[in-house]
Design a protein around this ligand. Structure first.
Ligand code: AKB
Length: 318
């Protein structure tokens, strides 16, 4: 088995993906890296700044890395606080990964894109893979450029780069990390604490979302699909479910009837209004067999159960 490197391994996707890859490929074949350090993935963990190409090259050479999941990035809402830094980090790190992969004979690279690539010139309902990409955030601009760079490295150097446009991802394993869709995680923390949730989106703003298990499975299925099935080398649309704050509240209230929410839209409302409300993922379904499994009530049930468990452990340890 060859060695795999995950960058941004302490993030929402990374922390779960590392565990899943290790259970599939063996503890010692998956090297987790991040610019931060986090105790629960200390095993084979490297502190790595991917914008430093020499440091990246050393890791790839030392561990003979043959596959990279490049997850390190600054997300949409956080990115708007410092646009130039976001562009610099998101693009520099990707170009380092692509170039070092080309030079060091890395076999496969995974690049996470996002629904943030879409902007105001789309049909927001059931948005197609091939749509006008006119993003309004620096995060979205960096993802469009990133997709094009992936296509370029595939076309010109034959680098086997694969990518997914993730919707908002909902998981209980880590705290929200600066995204516009992160309200749909934060809301569960408030619900189990019995605290009123102040929502930064308005009640009927529907966005594409996905449970973390589906997102991880999509990533692994895409990376394991035979090469000849991968027809899109920029990035694949994938769809899970779509819901608005009002709909998630309705779902939470089935289990926690006293839950309360107030709406105070801020700049993130503007970001959400430029994103699709639902996604057409027929290319991913047709090419490599993508199919999501979790609906909103499934997600609510799991989130409430898991966060309640975590909260009890926290309270017990205080
Ligand atoms: C964000 O909200 O920025 C991310 C994303 C949709 O890429 N969750």
């Amino acid at each position: 088995m060859y060695k795999i490197l995950v960058t941004g391994a302490c993030g929402q996707l990374g922390s779960v993906l590392v565990k899943r890859l290790r259970s599939k490929h063996g503890e010692h074949n998956v090297i987790a890296s991040d610019i931060r350090s986090k105790p629960d993935i200390e095993e084979l963990f490297i502190k790595l700044d991917v914008t430093d190409s020499n440091a990246l090259e050393k890791v790839i050479t030392k561990y003979q890395i043959k596959e990279i999941y490049h997850l390190a990035a600054i997300l949409s809402a956080k990115g708007e606080e410092s646009p130039l830094k976001t562009w610099d980090i998101n693009i520099k790190s990707l170009l380092n990964v692509l170039e070092v992969s080309r030079l060091k004979n890395v076999k496969k690279v995974f690049y996470p894109s996002s629904i943030a690539v879409f902007g105001d010139h789309i049909d927001r309902n059931y948005t197609s893979q091939i749509s006008c990409l006119s993003p309004k955030t620096v995060y979205g601009i960096s993802k469009v450029a990133g997709e094009n760079w992936c296509q370029y490295y595939f076309d010109n150097y034959g680098l086997d780069v694969r990518s997914i446009r993730y919707p908002g991802i909902i998981g209980y394993q880590s705290l929200p990390g600066g995204g516009t869709t992160d309200y749909a995680i934060d809301i569960f923390y408030k619900a189990i604490e019995g605290v009123e949730f102040k929502c930064f989106l308005s009640e009927n703003t529907s966005l594409p979302m996905m449970f973390i298990d589906d997102a991880i499975r999509a990533t692994i299925e895409l990376m394991r699909a035979p090469k000849e099935l991968i027809k899109t080398r920029s990035s694949y649309n994938i769809s899970g479910i779509s819901f608005s704050p009002a709909q998630i509240v309705e779902s939470i209230k089935k289990l926690l009837p006293d839950f309360k929410i107030t709406y105070k839209p801020d700049f993130r409302q503007g970001i959400a209004e430029n994103w699709p409300s639902s996604i057409n993922d027929s290319e991913a379904r047709g090419d490599w067999g993508w199919n999501s499994k979790f609906n909103l009530d499934d997600i609510t049930e799991i989130m409430i159960a898991e966060l309640t468990k975590k909260n009890k452990i926290k309270t017990h340890n205080v």
